[in-house]
Every structure is written in C-alpha cells, then in structure tokens.
Design a protein around this ligand. Structure first.
Ligand SMILES: [Zn+2]
Length: 291
C-alpha cells in the first residue's frame, strides 16, 4: 500500500506550490515506492520455499529502532533487503555514491546498522542461531554504479536475474524455527512514527481548486461533456475519473472534514455537474448509513 505521507504529498502537488526541497522529497518518495513495487514483482518469480515480509518497523529494547523494507526468510537465513531505486551514473566509494555535486551516503553503512540492531532483536526474541544477511538491492534500469567492487551484498540491476536464479536453486524448506520467528516478528512489529515534518502546512482555503490531470500534476479544462483536456501535456482524462481522483485527494487531505455538495463543487473547480454532485453525496450518505 502507498504510504500515507506519499498520498498526501501527491494530493498537495499542484494544489500548493512546492519549494525545491519539498519537490525533491516527493520525487524520492515516489521513486522509493516504485522501487518497492518493482522488487515485489521480481520476488514473484521466487520458486524456492520462502517467507517474504514487507515494511517492518521494530523498537527493540536494547538497540535503536529498525526499519526494514523487506525480510526474506529462506532455509535458516533471514535476509534483510534494502531496496534503492536510483537512476543515472554514480561513482562508488565506501562512504558515498557521488554524481557531480550530489552525494548519497553509501547504503551499506545504514544497512550494517540495521543488521546489528536486527540481531539484537533476534537475541531478545531468543533466536540467536538464525543467520542474518543484508543486501542492498538496486532496481531501476538506468542506474549505473561505477567503480563498485564485487560485493555479494550489493545487487545491481544487471545482477537481479542471477540473484533470483541463485535463490531458486535453494530447495530446502524454511526451517521450523524461522516459521516461528516470522510469527514472532509479526507480533513485535510497531507502527513507524509518521514522517510528517516535510509535509507543508495547508488549509482548504489555501489550496488550488480544480481537477488534476492523471498524467502530470497539471490542472485540466473541460473539453467535452465527458472528457477533460490538460493544457500542459495534452492528455485527455475521463471527467468522472478525474472527479473520483479529486474526491480521494480530498479525503486524504481533510480526513476530519465532512464533504458537502458545495465543498465538492468548489474543490472540483466547477468542473462537476449538479447531478454528479447529488449522486456522489447520495452514495456517501448511503455508505455512512451502512457503517
Ligand atoms: Zn497533464
């Protein structure tokens, strides 16, 4: 599922003017989310016995908090996967990946910390015999990492297939102890604190109203009865779909506010008919009566 912070940032995009930092944050989150979806698609090819857990957050008693994108349990090994979706050409060093003036900390550094903390959690749960491995998994076909030494803990996009093939050669069942561990981990999972400090402040009055283009974040104009046209990219959107998306945006941004007919008309920038408003409100009332 898409993280809430990402949904809110996408809903705000275009309705509010983002500064460079906010825009970069949105792009990073979108890239990260798409990378995770790509990883899930890759792991669907896994034929060997395994358990795959996603989006785990723990607060062990004796170490710092742990955030894990994916945890693969196979045989008697727990493999932590940190998925990265970078693009372009980067230069490798032990401390950082560099690209002209940009620099990102080498993900292996954070991953080593995660692995240490995860081992502390396993000790706490009584699973000291489990082998822990940790892998930085790069998706994204346009990503190149120059000068990267051969490292079985770093998978580059060109090595993904080989990695999956290798995993698939493993035919042993997941050990009973790891099956038990999977259950214990599910119980130990905590809700990660929401990362909301990058979300700009907003109010209904301060946001731009209208229907958004599904292809870019631009605002559409009415083209015909059923179709809207985006003046910035030329994409045509079904008006009912655009209204539906606008309502979903509204619900993410104002979960505590009631959606009335007049609010809906304003939110859609007048691009919704009175009969459409009536049917939306009627359906929502029926829904809330059913609950
Ligand atoms: Zn557009």
């Amino acid at each position: 599922m898409k993280p809430n912070t990402l949904r809110v940032m996408e809903a705000l995009n275009g309705r509010l003017t983002f500064n460079d930092e906010q825009f970069r944050y949105l792009r990073n989150m979108q890239g990260g989310y798409n990378g995770e979806c790509e990883f899930v698609a890759v792991m669907e090819d896994l034929k060997c016995p395994h358990i795959l857990q996603r989006d785990l957050y723990f607060e062990p008693k004796f170490s710092g908090p742990i955030q894990i994108d994916f945890l693969l349990l196979i045989g008697n090994t727990a493999v932590i996967y940190e998925v990265k979706n970078y693009s372009g050409v980067w230069q490798y060093s032990e401390e950082a990946y560099r690209q002209k003036e940009f620099e990102r900390a080498n993900p292996l550094i954070q991953l080593a910390r995660t692995k240490q903390n995860f081992k502390a959690l396993l000790r706490e749960l009584g699973y000291t015999h489990v082998t822990v491995d940790a892998v930085v998994f790069h998706v994204g076909t346009t990503f190149t990492l120059l000068g990267a030494p051969e490292n079985r803990n770093v998978i580059l996009p060109t090595q993904i297939q080989e990695h999956v093939t290798k995993l698939n050669q493993y035919q042993y069942d997941v050990s009973q102890s790891l099956v038990d561990l999977a259950g214990q981990l599910e119980l130990a999972v905590r809700v990660a604190p929401p990362f909301t400090k990058m979300i700009p402040e907003y109010s209904f009055g301060s946001l731009k109203k209208g229907l958004k283009c599904e292809a870019c974040a631009g605002f559409v104009e009415q083209f015909s009865q059923r179709i809207c046209l985006c003046p910035s990219c030329g994409h045509k959107t079904n008006r009912a779909d655009a209204v539906e998306a606008a309502i979903t945006d509204y619900e993410f941004l104002f979960s505590d506010r009631k959606l009335s007919g007049s609010v809906l008309a304003e939110w859609c920038g007048g691009l919704i008919s009175q009969s459409h408003i009536r049917s939306v409100i009627r359906m929502r009332n029926a829904d809330s009566n059913r609950k």
